[in-house]
Design a protein around this ligand. Structure first.
Ligand code: CU
Ligand code: CU
Ligand code: CU
Length: 486
């Protein structure tokens, strides 16, 4: 029998079951503990099945050397990463140890919105356990999904507390030689706001109108983590914006990188770029070459102005939320250290073709959705003039049909629009055709902008939602119910 000391025991339990460590940490009276920093647990499917237990619970976590009391799945920031393949079954035994009701949404996954699958209408009460069962269809793209709470009214508060994890579907893209041989690194971007005692800031103190932003930005739960890359090696960065409201305007200090995938998986061929804007909910995969002269590359978040309601003055929504954001300085999110070697390592070149994507055909139905805000029992965020109502079906569509939706932002701030269950293609922005053919589930509609998207409702009937992924806006009404019929 091996004897473990307290610290080893802690680390051991961190890798076995998150629930146990959560209990241990909560019962621990010593405030001077320095928690071992661990990469989040990874759970992969075996023989077509992934079985995992997730416990949502508030626990103390080490963020940048300070203790913060965050909302976690299995005690981890970010939550454990789940990995499955097309055709797999995923069973999640979920227990809610939060003070409020919650549920789980599997963002970006093409799975059923009904029963015990991606059903955002479920309410899992405190101390209740619920068994989710997801069937990943055989035709599922290899892509980067994620999971987070989605109970209307609580979504923003719970996500901003830390509840978010990756849900990866492995497949074809991972098998392309240059991608397969690359160093794969996941980047989960989160931001937190807490007081001097490490307690999450009361949401009444936050600027919910603009959408709350925390001033502590973490990358995989760390502040400015270091990533090492060998000369001649490619780095595949798989980035998720898991923040409630913050946009990330990413740059590699003006060094070029190559976009290979968006929300719903691989694009047709790598696109060279130097900037990447990621709204809440969006994902992107980029390839970075180790063939650089510098010894390090910095992943930088540049300022971005997502609008605001400056004319509303300094009332309850005022103060810090206005103006300040427009002058946000750049922040270093992560540092990539390049190891120069004497060996003559030749980089494998990226293939011209990553995926074959066909443009969706002309639609059988055209609709428009106007995004704005107004008054409805106080400040409300509206789609087509209406604030969200659980009972109302806002949009009824037919299975296996293609629709074109025009998203019109007549308000003063940007809104990232997200649709559950099926991915879509962006057709145009203000009638200017979009030149990148890509699968997305979240698209930015800037203030004053009209964005056309096409979507096909495949495989699943049932009731689900579309909404703004600034989750304070969603909680304040910018969501609609979508019924998919046979
Ligand atoms: Cu989401
Ligand atoms: Cu919004
Ligand atoms: Cu959603």
């Amino acid at each position: 029998m091996i004897k473990l000391n307290r610290r080893q025991l802690m680390i051991f339990s961190l890798f076995s079951t998150g629930g146990i460590i959560a209990q241990k940490l909560l019962s621990n009276k010593n405030n001077n503990l320095s928690w071992a920093k661990s990469t989040p647990a990874v759970y992969k499917s075996k023989n077509g099945l992934l079985e995992v237990e997730l416990i949502a619970q508030e626990i103390p976590v080490n963020i940048g050397g300070k203790t913060a009391y965050l909302l976690t799945y299995n005690g981890q920031i970010p939550a454990p990463r789940l990995e499955a393949k097309a055709g797999d079954k995923v069973k999640i035994k979920f227990t809610n140890k939060l003070n409020n009701s919650t549920n789980l949404h599997y963002h970006g996954l093409h799975i059923s919105p009904n029963n015990n699958a991606d059903n955002v209408f479920l309410e899992i009460k405190p101390n209740q356990t619920f068994n989710y069962e997801l069937n990943i269809p055989e035709n599922h793209h290899s892509m980067m999904g994620w999971y987070h709470p989605h109970l209307h009214g609580y979504t923003a508060q719970q996500l901003s507390g830390g509840l978010a994890g990756l849900f990866i579907i492995r497949g074809k893209l991972d098998e392309i030689p240059a991608i397969k041989s690359a160093k794969e690194k996941f980047i989960v971007l989160q931001d937190f706001s807490f007081d001097n005692n490490g307690r999450l800031t009361d949401s009444r103190m936050m600027s919910l109108m603009m959408g709350r932003e925390g001033d502590v930005i973490t990358v995989n739960g760390e502040i400015n983590p270091q990533i090492s890359l060998n000369q001649g090696e490619w780095l595949r960065l798989r980035i998720l914006n898991a923040s409630t409201s913050r946009f990330y305007n990413l740059s590699l200090d003006n060094n070029p990188f190559y976009l290979i995938a968006t929300d719903g998986g691989a694009i047709a061929s790598p696109q060279e770029m130097t900037r990447l804007l990621l709204t809440p909910g969006q994902r992107a995969e980029i390839m970075i070459t180790g063939e650089n002269k510098q010894s390090s590359l910095k992943l930088i978040n540049l300022p971005y102005n997502r609008g605001g309601m400056g004319m509303m003055g300094n009332g309850m929504m005022g103060g810090g939320m206005m103006g300040r954001r427009n002058n946000n300085p750049s922040q270093i999110l992560a540092t990539i250290n390049l190891n120069q070697s004497n060996q003559n390592n030749q980089s494998v070149s990226l293939p011209n073709q990553l995926n074959s994507i066909t443009a969706l055909p002309p639609p059988s139905q055209v609709r428009s959705f106007t995004l704005n805000h107004g008054m409805a029992n106080g400040m409300a965020f509206l789609i087509n003039g209406k604030s969200y109502n659980h009972q109302r079906i806002d949009t009824e569509v037919k299975l296996n049909t293609v629709e074109e939706w025009e998203l019109i932002n007549t308000g003063m701030m940007d809104h990232p629009f997200h649709i559950h269950v099926n991915s879509f293609q962006v057709i145009s922005r203000n009638d200017i055709p979009e030149n990148l053919l890509a699968w997305r589930d979240t698209v930015l509609v800037k203030r004053g902008e009209r964005v056309k998207i096409r979507i096909r409702f495949n495989d699943f009937t049932g009731k689900t939602v579309y909404h703004c992924h600034i989750l304070d806006h969603e909680d304040l009404g910018m969501m609609g119910n979508l019924q998919i019929n046979t």
